[in-house]
Design a binder for this molecule. Structure first.
Ligand code: PLP
Length: 386
């Protein structure tokens, strides 16, 4: 029997470059893996304790489709305290299965075939496939000339009659770029002039290493078009627990809830209980992790600069994105050689769109010893290339 034809849009989607590189490194135990997109810290003890106790004593049935009210209130309280953002727990937040489901729910709610979504690039590998699978188009805007931060002019120039949304991510994966307050304020002015949705992925907001995260949720004047995504995967080292959320106006949440509920009914209950504990009993954890990330960031930045690589200092997340353009080869070839010859695994910049080409992404979500050894190996490798 012939297998029936699949969804044709799948032809435009392939396995992300991050995963391809992680698979290559899996068979090389002696190599140092700097491809990792997840914190190397344990899940906070308070979170683990709370879940163990809950599993024995609580029913763990379905929750409300939008998540337990206690957790939704903890999320909206967090946004109120941190960003002076006013969101109603009852009808302006949905708890999702990770940030990924929040993004998927958003685009399935707003995209019609032919719609365009503007994405400042380099971009996270997960974005383009979601939009493509809906028959939409990702319109990439180059940020490599402006420290990986988009400008009002370039975003506005990319807008057309078909533009449905802009998707912003900061602290950024893969560049570690953070938007200054002035940039956020000027983008708010831009978005006030255009009838488009503003989707902001704040998954790394708690991993802002210098200064404060400036959130679009602090600007009520664009609340009607703002869709904000966040979660605990990065902030609390809870990638496998699959807890994220999205914030939006009550009108939008009504529609978003339909998509979310027919997809998944509700987020996992044990993880929702864990998430409530993370936001209330383990609120200091991100700052503790950031102290370690900062030390590692400063170290690896200095080493890369000393190796002669043009590198933007990342102000958030746990990635650094040096240029390898002077070596005149594709980022994929460079990364494969670095792995085969020096035993250091990194992600080729091209995995993050054409605007990532000429770079590599190094994750510093790993211990100092690993970073030191990797930097030594890399330096030797580069000296051999000169
Ligand atoms: N957004 C960005 C920018 C990410 O880097 C990731 C994961 O690496 C996600 C979203 C997905 O988050 P989650 O693991 O909570 O689904």
């Amino acid at each position: 029997m012939n297998v029936p034809e699949l969804n044709r849009l799948l032809k435009n989607v392939s396995v992300p470059g991050t995963r391809q590189m992680a698979n290559r490194v899996a068979g090389k135990p002696e190599s140092i893996d700097l491809t990792l997109g997840q914190p190397d810290f344990p899940v906070p003890q308070a979170v683990r304790n709370r879940v163990m106790q809950a599993v024995d004593n609580e029913p763990m049935k379905y929750s409300h489709n939008r998540g337990t009210l206690e957790l939704r209130k903890a999320i909206t309280d967090f946004y109120k305290d941190k960003y002076s953002a006013e969101y109603e727990p009852s009808n302006e937040v949905i708890v999702t299965n990770g940030g990924s489901e929040a993004l998927d729910t958003i685009f399935r709610t707003i995209i019609n075939p032919g719609d365009e979504v503007i994405m400042p690039a380099p971009i996270y590998t997960g974005y383009e496939p979601i939009v493509t699978m809906l028959g939409g188009t990702a319109v990439l805007v180059d940020t490599t000339e402006t420290g990986f931060i988009p400008t009002v002019q370039k975003l506005e120039a990319a807008m057309t009659q078909r533009t449905k949304a802009v998707l912003l991510n900061y602290p950024n994966n893969p560049t570690g770029a953070v938007y200054p307050e002035g940039t956020v304020a000027s983008l708010v002015e831009l978005f006030k002039r255009h009838d488009i949705f503003v989707v902001v992925d704040e998954m790394y907001a708690e991993n802002t290493l210098d200064g404060e995260h400036h959130s679009f949720t602090s600007y009520p004047e664009i609340k009607d078009r703002l869709l904000a995504v966040n979660g605990l995967s990065k902030s609390h080292a809870m990638t496998g627990w699959r807890i994220g959320w999205l914030l939006a106006s009550a009108e939008m949440i009504e529609k978003l809830t339909l998509v979310h509920l027919y997809n998944t009914l509700c987020a996992s209950m044990p993880s929702q209980i864990a998430a409530l504990e993370a936001l209330t009993g383990a609120a200091d954890v991100p700052a503790e992790m950031n102290a370690a990330y900062k030390e590692r960031r400063d170290y690896i930045y200095r080493r890369l600069v000393d190796m002669g690589l043009e590198t933007v200092l990342p102000e958030g997340a746990f990635y650094i994105f040096p240029s390898i353009k002077e070596y005149n080869e594709s980022s994929f070839d460079f990364a494969v050689e670095l792995l085969e010859e020096a035993g250091v695994a990194v992600v080729p910049g091209a995995a993050f769109s054409e605007y990532g080409e000429g770079h590599i992404r190094i994750s510093f979500a790993t211990g100092m010893e690993n970073l030191e050894e990797a930097a030594d190996r890399m330096e030797k490798f580069l000296n051999g290339k000169k």
